[in-house]
Design a binder for this molecule. Structure first.
Ligand code: ZN
Length: 565
């Protein structure tokens, strides 16, 4: 048994290496003595040497296995364990033992007869399950758009090398990427030695000519070769003879997601309340129902991006399992843009979501990330040094790196062209773009605050998702964005207990992963955080991490920082 004040990732490698050296030297010593006793080399020496080598190899490998076994047992003692389950949050001071990748026991007393283990004194510290962010886009780069990615390929690689460590640095040990459109990149992240556990919804489901195809300006050819879902209930969705509708059924789409190892499906529903004149096709309620039915056969929840009242209503009507964003689009009437009050119809929809306990992601950061691009000097935040490699941070601080802000201001002209009534209503009170956009984001933030508070008061099933990084914004930094998201929740008055549940158990439960993650339970994967302060007392506890355990491997936080890598 060893008491350790700190343990680092190199410790495990070091232990097994020294063990081998010691055994090897011991064996050499043994054979040297024997040779000395027997005197000169005789006829059967070759055979004896061969035998000895075989024995040495057997001993070495068995000791090596044993050593590995011993090393992978950890006992965290006298620590305050906080864990949520279906009905409550339990807090107890006790002992948690971990063997291999799993939690094997939790109790008030030190477990007996567990053999050799590494003991970690947790006095005065808090042990919680690793955090889950159930709405990420890992292949998007926070801070680089297409042209910058092309121009600085070395920065791209540095970013992706650090990415999994950044999530771990801020305590996120499980991630769900809701749109795996770039499997090669995700696979590369999966091959990293240190990384969170990663799940995906496969490639996002699209219907022909939908919001995404329009926004991405897909050519006709690209649309038909894409893996779209044929919405045969939509009269506008007519396929040319060259396209086989049978290849685009809910069955085929779900099978494809399963081939991509997806555990969920995701679809987008945007309407006029987005502020854009609708030039795209919306999925019909009937196709959504068919897709849900098919996905349910494989226990896969349907995640719906539907940030408007209309979208929430269609989600409720069809029985989608997870809402991907808070309701930030309140009305398609431009004259209602400044109305600060949540309407009765909005409240009814949200109340139904709360009563039915439908998992709900607020994703404040989708909106406030844009707000931060425009209104504040986000790059001065010292936490970013842990997330972004130095070279990238330098690039973000240049004029070139400020493309996001320019893109937002560019929307003024776009809006003027595509939706003149909305533009007029918005622009009426402002002379300059900066002020106008500040007002727009303030309005959206107010709406999210209102929705969050309403859902919190009605005991909704909130789950933590950040949408990192939306629009490739550096204001949605990997890992740290989750801390920023939780701060928004706390600021708006959501109790810390609810934040804790949302980031742990509720999130795991929504994606049917609660047997693996989200609570400190016997049999769960040992993805754990050791915190210096109590997350039920302050939201800042989530950024006061001492150590991160990923699949039983304990890592000192500093080692995960971009400053250390
Ligand atoms: Zn998203």
């Amino acid at each position: 048994m060893e008491h350790l004040a700190t343990i680092d990732i190199s410790y495990y490698k070091y232990r097994s290496f020294t063990m081998q050296i010691w055994i090897f030297l011991g064996c050499l010593g043994l054979s040297k003595n024997k040779n000395a006793q027997r005197g000169p080399i005789d006829g059967s020496l070759t055979e004896r040497i061969m035998k000895t080598i075989v024995i040495i190899i057997v001993i070495l490998s068995s000791l090596h296995l044993k050593a590995q076994e011993n090393q992978s047992k950890t006992l965290i003692s006298n620590i305050t364990i906080i864990s949520a389950n279906t009905d409550s949050i339990k807090t107890q001071v006790g002992y948690v033992s971990i063997e291999g990748e799993k939690i094997v026991s939790i109790g008030d007393k030190k477990p007996e007869g567990i053999g050799n283990y590494i003991e970690l004194d947790g006095t005065g510290k808090y042990l919680i399950p690793g955090l889950i962010d159930s709405h990420v886009h890992l292949a998007n780069i926070a801070g680089l758009n297409g042209p910058l990615k092309k121009k600085y390929p070395e920065v791209v690689e540095l970013y992706f090398d650090q990415l999994p460590k950044s999530y771990l640095y801020f305590g996120f040990t499980t991630l769900i990427d809701v749109n795996n459109y770039w499997p090669e990149r995700i696979n590369k992240i999966l091959s990293a030695e240190l990384r969170p556990d990663i799940y995906t919804c496969g490639e996002q489901v699209t219907v022909m000519d939908d919001f995404n195809m329009e926004m991405e300006e897909y050519s006709q050819g690209q649309r038909y070769v894409s893996n779209f879902l044929n919405d045969n209930y939509n009269a506008n969705s007519i396929l040319p003879d060259s396209i086989q509708a049978s290849e685009h059924t809910p069955q085929k789409i779900v099978a494809k997601i399963r081939e991509q190892q997806g555990i969920c499906a995701k679809l987008v529903y945007e309407d006029e309340a987005s502020g854009l004149a609708v030039s795209w096709e919306k999925p019909t309620a009937s196709i959504l129902r068919d897709l849900i039915l098919e996905a349910q056969r494989f226990n896969m929840p349907l995640v719906l991006h539907a940030p408007s009242l209309e979208g929430h209503k269609i989600g409720l009507e069809t029985g989608i399992q997870i809402f991907a964003h808070g309701m930030w689009n309140w009305s398609d009437d431009p004259n209602q843009f400044n109305n600060p009050n949540l309407g009765d119809e909005h409240k009814r929809a949200l109340l139904e979501i709360a009563e039915k306990q439908i998992p709900y992601q607020l994703t404040f950061r989708t909106i406030t990330g844009e707000k931060d691009l425009v209104t504040m000097d986000f790059l001065e935040d010292k936490n970013l040094e842990h997330v972004f490699p130095k070279q990238m941070l330098d690039l973000l601080n240049t004029e070139e790196g400020q493309w996001g802000k320019r893109k937002i201001f560019g929307r003024t002209a776009f809006l003027e062209k595509t939706n003149p009534p909305f533009y007029k209503a918005l622009k009426a009170d402002f002379t300059d773009d900066q002020k106008m956009w500040e007002h727009v984001f303030k309005t959206y933030k107010h709406r999210l605050n209102t929705v969050a508070r309403f859902l919190g008061e009605n005991d909704a099933n909130l789950i933590l998702g950040t949408d990192s990084p939306a629009m490739n914004m550096y204001t949605n930094p990997p890992g740290y964005n989750g801390i920023l998201e939780m701060r928004h929740w706390a600021d708006t008055g959501i109790p810390l207990e609810k934040i804790f549940r949302a980031a742990t158990f509720n999130n795991a439960h929504a994606f049917h992963l609660e047997h693996l993650y989200g609570s400190v339970e016997k049999g769960s994967i040992a993805n754990l955080l050791i915190l210096n302060s109590n997350p039920l007392k302050t939201v800042e506890a989530y950024n006061d991490i001492e150590k991160v355990m990923i699949r039983g491997k304990l890592i000192v936080r500093e080692q995960l920082s971009a400053l250390a890598n």
